[in-house]
Write a new protein. Structure first.
Length: 525
């Protein structure tokens, strides 16, 4: 097996429990930037590879990352800790690696690692450093220094590191420019071990262990491999539950403005993704929904190139009519859709929590415009947010019923609860939002995800007084889950059809019985 100079490792969250899917690993997607970072290292004439631990274990249950590192012998490994659900598993994987290979340098990166960088370094000496914020130049310079056999990291921007028992915090001085993003390939898939398996494996954020790859694809919303298209970075607003809004960006990465990739570079990414077997791409970057000039130009170039594919576009606000028409002209296929997140049925609640709020009247008008153009829509709501009353929740129910009745182009309506995010306003200032949370520092997140199994409904907070009979976090979660399953039905057996509460509840009620029967059959077999 070829030796490596550098290895990137993605560790999904450990097994969760869900009434519908039973056991599944969470956070199956790679962070968008990981392929780009590996591409930059390869351009330095250094050998590198990305390993997705979830994919490897699905392909080979006996796979050992420690054995693989022993065989490939890289002097350094980078583990992404972007999503807080990975906290325990990333640290424990790093601990196992360091125990077997004490000379291997281990570094973390990602939003969660960046936000808690000093606390992680103080509590876990198996971690040699954390790259805070954006990592293109820091990873390149750190790799270069280590391959020269040096261990002086004073010049590496954005790095928190350990030197002779002391924790040093280098200046947060690097933020990627458009030029930086344009020189990176985010589609160098051969750098990912078993990349063809990953493309068909990671069809949604989680992967149900009890299902075949074909059935996992069937239960996903898009029904095809979906490429997460990197378009840019940054967000100019702040939703109250989001850890990626503008104040936290400034804190963890120093980013103060939105940056887009060049249109020709994005076009090339789409072409490359399709050549590797992707059929659909997903855009979750819409910093200026009322100023769609960039996307109008991008869509025009896609039409000029005659790229035949489908697109799921997450609109952060309501799309303009020009955007709607251009979107339909560019992506006429039946799998194409626009996703909106009204979140609450109450305009008052929506205005308080969302960075780009809008009225119910404006929402219904936008749905009418999209129906006229023949565009399918997915709608996402939430419940159990601060200052939401029982009447507000009833308003959400009424709005959903009205939408189902009036708009045949709305393919799915889903309602979710929200987990507390590091660096979000709820997390930073819970008293202002009347929130009680058990998740304050990194060790809280680490211990929360350390159980043998963690329920997928765990939120990390509760709101006193929301339910009169509820007096703690677990009770709050159960009350929300019960109400959700009875009235809102977030998961439908055919996820591309309307997720009406009746079928969502039937699935919720019957799934535990189905899994018990399967367990009994497996034991007998």
């Amino acid at each position: 097996m070829a030796k490596l100079d550098c290895l990137f490792l993605h560790v999904p969250g450990r097994l969760n429990d869900s009434p519908s899917f039973r056991r599944f690993p969470w956070i199956d997607f790679l962070p968008m930037e990981l392929l780009g970072l590996a591409d930059l290292i390869q351009r330095q004439d250094a050998s590198t590879q990305i390993v997705h631990l979830g994919v490897e274990r699905f392909e080979n249950r006996a796979f050992s990352i420690v054995s693989y590192l022993e065989e490939t012998s890289p002097p350094m490994a980078f583990l992404d800790l972007h999503w807080h659900q990975q906290s325990f598993d990333v640290i424990e994987t790093a601990r196992a690696i360091k125990s077997a290979l004490p000379k291997l340098h281990l570094f973390l990166g990602g939003l969660t690692a960046s936000f808690f960088h000093e606390e992680i370094m103080k509590n876990f000496d198996v971690i040699d450093g954390i790259i805070r914020g954006e990592a293109e130049i820091p990873v390149q310079e750190l790799t270069s220094v280590l391959l020269q056999g040096k261990e002086d990291f004073f010049s590496i921007p954005n790095l928190t590191w350990r030197r002779k028992g002391r924790i040093l915090v280098n200046p947060l001085s690097y933020v990627a420019s458009m030029q930086d993003l344009n020189r990176i390939s985010y589609t160098n898939f051969p750098l990912l071990k078993n990349y063809s398996a990953y493309i068909h494996h990671s069809v949604s954020p989680f992967y149900a262990n009890g299902y075949s790859r074909k059935k996992n694809l069937w239960t996903s919303s898009m029904k095809t491999p979906v490429f997460q298209l990197p378009v840019g970075r940054g967000c100019p607003v702040q939703c109250t539950w989001c850890g990626g809004g503008i104040p936290n960006q400034q804190t963890i990465s120093g980013r103060r403005e939105v940056v887009f990739r060049g249109i020709e570079e994005v076009i090339q990414s789409i072409k490359d993704a399709f050549s590797y077997g992707y059929q659909t791409f997903h855009v979750s970057f819409d910093p200026y929904p009322q100023k769609p000039d960039y996307y109008l130009r991008l869509f025009e170039r896609i039409r000029e190139e005659r790229l035949q594919g489908e697109c799921c576009f997450e609109s952060f606000g309501l799309p303009t009519l020009d955007f709607i028409k251009a979107f339909k002209e560019t992506f006429p296929g039946p799998g194409t859709r626009i996703a909106l997140s009204p979140d609450a049925g109450s305009g008052r609640v929506r205005k308080f929590h969302k960075g780009y709020p809008y009225s119910n009247r404006a929402l219904l008008e936008s749905l009418r415009q999209m129906e006229e153009q023949g565009i399918f829509v997915a709608l996402f709501f939430t419940m159990g947010v601060p200052f939401e009353t029982e009447e507000d929740i009833e308003q959400t129910l009424r709005l959903q019923k009205e939408i189902r009745r009036r708009f045949s182009n709305v393919q799915e309506i889903r309602t979710f609860t929200i987990e507390i995010e590091p660096g979000s306003p709820w997390h930073l200032d819970p008293e202002t939002y009347a929130v009680k949370s058990s998740l304050c520092n990194f060790m809280d997140f680490y211990h929360t995800y350390s159980g043998e199994r963690r329920s997928s409904s765990s939120l990390g907070y509760w709101i006193p007084g929301c339910f009169p009979e509820v007096h703690d976090e677990k009770g709050f979660e159960k009350a929300l889950q019960k109400f959700q399953c009875r009235h809102l039905g977030s998961v439908h057996p055919l996820s591309r059809t309307l997720s009406v509460p009746f079928w969502g509840k039937r699935r919720y009620d019957l799934s535990p019985l189905v899994w018990r029967v399967r367990d009994w059959v497996e034991r007998k077999g």
